[in-house]
Ligand binder design. Sequence first.
Ligand SMILES: Nc1ncnc2c1ncn2[C@@H]1O[C@H](COP(=O)(O)OP(=O)(O)OP(=O)(O)O)[C@@H](O)[C@H]1O
Ligand SMILES: [Mg+2]
Length: 336
Amino acid sequence: MREVRMARSDQLRRLLASYAEADDREFRRTAAEMIADERRKNHRNLADDLERALNRNRRAGGEDALSLRPIPKSRDERPLLTLTKPRRDLAELVLSEETSQVIEDVIRENLSRTALTNHALRPRQRLLFVGPPGTGKSATAHALAAELSLPVATVTLASITSSLLGDTARNLEAVLAYAEQVPCVLLFDEFDVVAQDRGTERDHGELRRVAATLLQLMEELHGESIVVATSNHPRLVDSAMWRRFDEIVGFGSLGQDQLAALLDLRMRAMRPTFDRDTWARRLASLSPAEVELVCLDAQRRAVLAGSNDVDEDAMEGALGRMLERRRLLQDETTQP
Ligand SMILES: Nc1ncnc2c1ncn2[C@@H]1O[C@H](COP(=O)(O)OP(=O)(O)OP(=O)(O)O)[C@@H](O)[C@H]1O
Ligand SMILES: [Mg+2]
């Protein structure tokens, strides 16, 4: 009995301390432990009540309350980031050998943080992902978070920059302060939106300051969070910026073998009867995201034809559709 009570008071102490320090992980771990104890003691109703109380904040979609800390907001009350669970696993992505090697190294370093810090080293934590649209930059940021069991905090660039003009630096500070307290993958998706306008007339000075502020804050970032910025236009990010990232990771089109692997992966749920290697060659000019869309379209066609077999015709139809779609987009962008 005495032992039980001791365990209990230790748990309460940990619960309160983790609340005071806004240490989400410890708080949830302790709470889960306490609920499990109640269940073990057959206090089923109490355990259910506690579980409900713990998860009351869950959104309708079933997402856990991911953090105790309130999401930072702009002065006009717009959330500066969204916190989500990672949407992709590394196993679902096909990356070039070089890219997967860097990503794996980054994961290993961050998992072995203590070993590194004991030698006055630190893992690579500030990453710039560059490459054309649809090559897996955002997806890899999510996969990285999944591997490290971190949530993804996607910065809402529009709220950061378009609210009261003088507030941008303050907003960025709030976002980085949040990442210092809540371990996460802090994702500046399409970062060039900030970087890009540095040379243009409008808001010239302001945006320059934003980019400079961000880089400086990023350099001073402490803690376990990882900053990932993605960009389509590496040339727009000037060299002063490049230097501040620990690693620059390139994303691009895939080779034959990787395209074949991607076809296998995306056709897993069906029975492909088309010649995989021929199709890997035929899809060579598409981005991985476009290949995925072709696969989905081909599967839809197969299902509507009442079959589990994805055949040559289904692929042919889906590719035709994709090329048409591309043509329309190109016309659109080349028109005056
Ligand atoms: N290398 C890849 N392997 C497997 N699937 C991929 C790959 N790249 C993209 N995809 C698929 O396409 C979707 C869209 O890709 P993603 O949003 O990651 O591209 P992106 O590089 O961030 O593009 P953008 O520059 O337009 O933001 C992903 O969710 C994923 O399903
Ligand atoms: Mg993206």
